[in-house]
Design a protein around this ligand. Structure first.
Ligand SMILES: *[C@@H]1O[C@H](CO)[C@@H](O)[C@H](O)[C@H]1NC(C)=O
Ligand SMILES: *[C@@H]1O[C@H](CO)[C@@H](O)[C@H](O)[C@H]1NC(C)=O
Length: 191
């Protein structure tokens, strides 16, 4: 995944309002610890495929956080998925999380967090987790099914009005490990 695609993907996820939170109109029920430095919990739990890039992601985020004006905490510990702990954070970033990344209680805490105005960022294999959690599916948009080998493909812009695709050409050809994702709304498709 190139940086542009990664940014695009993150942007795509950031611009989604989740179904899980869409019915809640009230003001966020919490205030982050620091107004000036957004605090992000980076979650890298895996119990399925473990991507080699996880240590690199942690290293880069740790190194760049000062430059970006962000504060990251890192964990793989799913028992931390509780309401009290999550509300310390302005955003949750799932990087290549796979498998049953939270249990029933964790799922409830996750939903409550989003409904209270929390933010979610899913990076790379974050679409490979929690296949049986409808809350997570509604949040991430679509789940990974399979990918073919890296190849050049033409990507078609399916929706022109979404901020993530508004500035793209109608047809865009590049080398990519394309992902087949089940369900969800489609902004780009491949020929
Ligand atoms: C996970 O967090 C809990 C609660 O803070 C702690 O008791 C436990 O030791 C942690 N597990 C690991 C593997 O760090
Ligand atoms: C998903 O399924 C697994 C076993 O199939 C189960 O252990 C787990 O609790 C389920 N998670 C949710 C969020 O339903």
């Amino acid at each position: 995944m190139t940086i542009i695609q990664l940014i695009f993907f993150i942007y795509l996820l950031l611009t989604r309002r989740t179904t899980a939170s869409s019915s809640i109109q009230s003001f966020p029920a919490y205030l982050p610890n620091s107004i000036n430095t957004p605090k992000i919990l980076v979650y890298t739990y895996t119990d399925g495929f473990r991507h080699d890039s996880i240590p690199t992601a942690i290293e880069v985020l740790s190194r760049e956080k000062v430059n970006w004006g962000l504060d990251f905490d890192f964990t793989e510990n799913k028992t931390l998925f509780n309401e009290e702990y999550l509300k310390e954070y302005d955003a949750l970033m799932f990087i290549s999380v796979t498998g049953e990344a939270f249990g029933r209680e964790g799922e409830k805490a996750f939903q409550k967090y989003l409904q209270s105005g929390g933010n979610f960022i899913g990076v790379h294999a974050a679409t490979c987790a929690l296949y049986n959690s409808s809350i997570y599916q509604a949040t991430i948009g679509a789940l990974f099914e399979w990918h073919p080998v890296i190849q050049e493909a033409t990507f078609l812009r399916e929706i022109v009005t979404h901020p993530a695709t508004a500035n793209l050409p109608d047809q865009w050809r590049f080398l990519k490990k394309g992902y087949f994702l089940g369900r969800g709304s489609v902004l780009l498709s491949a020929l």
